[in-house]
Design a protein. Structure first.
Length: 370
């Protein structure tokens, strides 16, 4: 039995815990948040391989019960007149659920056997002849056989074991924000050059900006950046600004791409967005679950030889993540010119183009692994 520490209780971490527990490993999951994260945007699964993986995990039917009622979203001009629509199949894939629902399902399936430690974070990692000694903000130091960084694009484990974030994360020139807007009577998508807002379900803001300085844990500070970015918006600008101020919560982050020259170092390995993230590219959730499946499978096949398992895991995932590396969702969702917005809207008018785009995503190389 291997004693494994996972940093991150979002999607990739609990998914890996699921497979490791099946193989008889001892699993500890540490998460900086005080509890499993609720809410958030919708996430989707694309293609038969991803649905098959959910079925093997035993959660497909539960997620189908929780699936969202995805609908076409009107794209409007400043006067509220419909220009075209974003088809539901473009955003929802083959199965769409709220991120919070997926997190809850994964947590419930693993909490009985894994040790979850909320409200804590790793402060240092030191490899020893016997394993990796981890120190924590709150808990005492502990020794683990392996450590997995499944803690997102801004991975704490990657910073501790591989180096500063600046060496791995590239800002793509855009930011996005998510929040609930209580009392909003309208649901549509609107663009002006370099900025987009969608008020269907959880509101999504995407806007062009250089790197911003702010504390990602201070909600009011993030709200002010969003309000400033949308000052003078011709479509419900004042109402949106006031709604953002009243919103109980808001999440703001850059659209960024992770490029890691290696996914492992010694007994530490990166999983999901920490290794191969690309914000809003539409593949992150599926790649997180697939990566967890591949990593656990390679550890099983290697019979405890973690270096062999990590090398094979990286080989498989590099082939499977290549499709997402060039994407920049900001350019598509919030083109910087009026011409770019018009061209993008024409794409939405031709559903066969949408099907072609979705087909390339559904048939990526990892479908052969599952």
């Amino acid at each position: 039995m291997t004693n494994i520490l996972i940093s991150g209780a979002g999607i990739a971490g609990p998914a890996l815990a699921h497979w490791l527990l099946r193989d008889g490993h001892a699993v500890t999951v540490v998460e900086k948040a005080a509890s499993p994260r609720e809410g958030g945007q919708a996430v989707d699964f694309k293609g038969a391989a991803q649905l098959e993986l959910l079925d093997r995990m035993g959660i497909l039917q539960e997620l189908r019960r929780r699936r969202t009622d995805a609908v076409d979203l009107d794209i409007v001009d400043a006067a509220g007149r419909k220009l075209t629509e974003m088809p539901a199949e473009f955003t929802a894939g083959d199965l769409e659920v709220l991120r919070g629902d997926l997190v809850q399902v994964l947590y419930e399936r693993t909490a009985g056997a894994a040790e979850y430690v909320f409200g804590d974070s790793i402060t240092s990692l030191t490899e020893t002849p016997d394993g990796v000694r981890a120190h924590f903000e709150r808990g005492g130091p502990r020794l683990f056989d392996l450590v997995v960084g499944a803690d997102g694009i801004h991975s704490n484990v990657r910073s501790l074991a591989f180096g500063p974030e600046s060496g791995y994360v590239t800002h793509l020139g855009y930011y996005y924000a998510l929040c609930d807007l209580p009392g909003m009577p309208f649901a549509a998508m609107y663009n002006e050059p370099g900025r987009m807002v969608s008020t269907g379900g959880t509101a999504l803001f995407v806007f062009a900006a250089p790197e911003l300085a702010y504390d990602r844990h201070v909600t009011e500070e993030m709200k002010e950046h969003v309000i400033a970015a949308y000052e003078g918006l011709a479509w419900h600008g004042r109402e949106l600004a006031e709604a953002v101020r009243r919103s109980p919560d808001l999440y703001l982050d850059s659209l960024s791409r992770v490029k890691a020259d290696r996914y492992s170092r010694g007994r530490v390995v990166l999983l999901g967005d920490a290794a191969y993230g690309n914000t809003l590219a539409g593949l992150g959730t599926g790649l997180a679950l697939t990566g967890a499946y591949v990593l656990a499978g390679e550890l099983r096949q290697a019979g405890g030889a973690h270096a062999t398992a990590f090398a094979r895991y990286e080989q498989v995932m590099r082939a499977g993540t290549a499709i997402s590396k060039a994407a920049n969702a900001g350019r598509f969702l919030a083109p910087r010119t009026a011409l770019g917005i018009r061209v993008r809207n024409r794409v939405f008018k031709h559903r066969f183009l949408m099907k072609a785009m979705m087909g390339s995503v559904k048939n990526h190389p990892l479908k052969e692994y599952v």
